[in-house]
Design a protein around this ligand. Structure first.
Ligand code: PXG
Length: 458
């Protein structure tokens, strides 16, 4: 392929249509659009496509490039590790310095009772691993009937058969005949959408007690675990009322149900603490993580388990017959470790909590004068803007998703990447975003929303 700009882009798009089946894409409409937008390079908070257009990345890739793009230290660590030991496995009583050091570093960031890490390659694999591990655990402790996982409608826990089953996305369940047996869903703590006349605090308790009701229906002797994202990400940045997680803690403890806090998005600083469970006060037994662990520079995930589960596995478990060729890949581990070092040295988690969180929150709040904006909300550097047909009654558009899709396209035209979850526009920028870039972002979102409102006849 010769690289004169237009030919280059055109030939890449044609090749993509011919050979590349990308995820979460309507392949027919991709073809009708003439192929994908091709992102070629990035630096800091900006991306460039092959036509030279620059975008402010309001999503940090897919909620993951927390330290921003273009970090030479991460490239250098990967280069050095590749020359020294590009691959070795962590099966059969083996480890590498990088995998051991990373496990120690992550344990140091987690609450005191979470000290054991099992490495995987993605968030989906982390959640698949957890279902196997928890079922194995309850067999070991002589409770073989305690196998059901409870999750929430509109949760996102990944895309494999088990992790998509744990997720509560109806569209995903429809493909692949999901959920698989043994996984059930309860209501989500979505006050803006479902709270009606209740106060957020009352609604938070109601949503949490739906867990207790389902446990009682099924019998606590059947329910193994409850999984939830501290703040739902792909579901539309749903920040639960303050009453929600403390009540979930109580219910899980009282009924002997393990609590899994899915930190794939919230982990590694996104909510202003190393983990979302610290921000929201979640007493988790098991913690899946990925994304921000390596800031997306290489694929890696992990599962942290409590000392008490680890003790059972170690003393009674025999061999845990589970793992992937690349579990604990040395290059991914070395990069993740350096990523954590960068976050510590630059105080990026404190930066999210102490300076950027308020700035994003205040910036988004300025959009509330627009009639199409029903609510803005944020926690740390996770933000959402609800686009609605009627602000006073919180009535959504019908069909849902059209306004969001239009708004996302207008954001791209403005030079901003945002995600639309239905008609909820969401944001998850890199932690290195500056005050000035937040102001630019808000100005671009405003222009995109105003155009969307005109498109929707408002
Ligand atoms: N748990 C949570 C909370 C996630 O957000 C996963 C698990 C699965 O991780 P992997 O690494 O297997 O993708 C995720 C992933 C989106 C989007 O468009 C969100 C995710 C992935 C891809 C797209 O919002 N979240």
């Amino acid at each position: 392929m010769t690289k004169t700009l237009d030919n280059y882009t055109r030939s890449l798009r044609e090749a993509a249509i011919a050979h590349h089946l990308p995820p979460f894409t309507d392949h027919k409409s991709l073809e009708a659009d003439g192929g994908p937008r091709i992102i070629e390079k990035a630096d800091g908070c900006y991306l460039w496509d092959t036509e030279g257009k620059r975008y402010l990345d309001g999503m940090a890739g897919l909620w993951c490039v927390n330290v921003g793009y273009g970090r030479e230290r991460l490239a250098e660590v990967a280069h050095k590790q590749m020359l020294e030991l590009p691959y070795y496995n962590t099966f059969f009583k083996t480890a590498t310095p990088a995998s051991v050091m990373l496990s120690e570093a992550i344990a140091g960031l987690l609450p005191d009772h979470l000290n054991q890490l099992h490495f995987v390659n993605s968030g989906s694999e982390a959640n698949d691993t957890i279902v196997r591990l928890v079922r194995h655990y309850f067999n070991l402790v002589g409770k073989p009937d305690k196998k059901v996982f409870l999750s929430r409608h509109n949760a996102y826990h990944g895309s494999t058969m088990i992790s998509a089953s744990l997720g509560g996305m109806a569209g995903m369940h429809a493909q692949g005949d999901l959920p698989l047996p043994g996984i059930e869903h309860i209501m989500q703590p979505y006050w803006y959408g479902d709270g009606g006349d209740m106060s957020p605090e009352e609604f938070g308790l109601k949503a949490a007690r739906a867990l207790e009701e389902r446990i009682l229906e099924l019998g606590a002797d059947k329910v193994a675990a409850f999984i939830g994202e501290p703040v739902q990400g792909a579901g539309g940045v749903i920040i639960p009322p303050e009453t929600y997680w403390p009540e979930i803690n109580r219910i899980c403890k009282e009924h002997g149900v393990l609590l899994v806090a899915d930190e794939v998005i919230c982990g590694f600083g996104r909510t202003g603490n190393w983990f979302g469970l610290q921000t929201l006060g979640i007493e988790a037994d098991i913690v899946p993580m990925a994304k921000g662990l390596s800031s997306g520079y290489l694929p890696i995930g992990a599962v942290a388990i409590s000392d008490s589960i680890a003790e059972t596995l170690k003393t009674q478990g025999g061999e845990f017959a589970h793992g992937m060729t690349y579990s604990g890949h040395p290059v991914a581990c070395a990069v993740a470790l350096e990523n954590i070092n960068i976050m510590k040295e630059e105080g990026l988690v404190d930066r999210v909590r102490d300076t950027m969180a308020d700035r994003l929150n205040e910036g988004l709040a300025t959009l509330n004068d627009l009639p199409i904006v029903g609510e803005t909300r944020s926690l740390g550097l996770l933000g959402a803007i609800e686009l609605v047909a009627d602000k006073a009654t919180r009535t959504k558009f019908d069909p849902l998703g059209k306004a969001g899709g239009l708004c996302r396209d207008h954001c791209f035209e403005q030079g901003l990447v945002m995600r639309a979850c239905g008609d909820t526009m969401v944001l998850s920028p890199p932690f290195v975003i500056t005050h000035q870039q937040i102001d630019e972002l808000v100005a671009m979102v405003r222009a995109a929303i105003e155009q969307t409102a005109r498109d929707m006849g408002m």
